[in-house]
Design a protein. Structure first.
Length: 107
């Protein structure tokens, strides 16, 4: 299965078109650092983070899904966390079947 990235603004525009402006929202439910490794030989960091994201419609119906981000070979721990904290999750519903990712959510 090949996954491709969809720019966040495109997904947001489509969601606004389908559900209306302020007709939906996203929230980060949980963030877990899977691992944070430091290689003293290369002085580089590798980090993996999992997040649960919730998409809620105006009527209260919601869907939660998990996204995972990983950064390898980063010069600094802070840069690795910053890069990996853009988390993606799958959307639900027929209008979104061709968009595999939720817009990036900063955690």
């Amino acid at each position: 299965m090949k996954l491709t990235y969809t720019e966040g603004w495109k997904v947001i525009n489509l969601a606004n078109e389908v559900f209306g402006f302020n007709g939906w929202s996203t929230a980060v439910v949980n963030v877990t650092c899977d691992f944070a490794d430091y290689d003293p030989n290369t002085q580089r960091y590798t980090i993996g983070i999992a997040a649960i994201v919730r998409v809620t419609l105006r009527d209260g119906v919601y869907h939660e899904d998990m996204g995972y981000g990983m950064m390898e070979n980063s010069k600094s721990k802070a840069a690795a966390f910053d890069k990996v904290c853009t988390v993606h999750s799958t959307l639900f519903g027929q209008p979104f079947r061709h968009l595999p990712y939720l817009p990036p959510v900063r955690v």
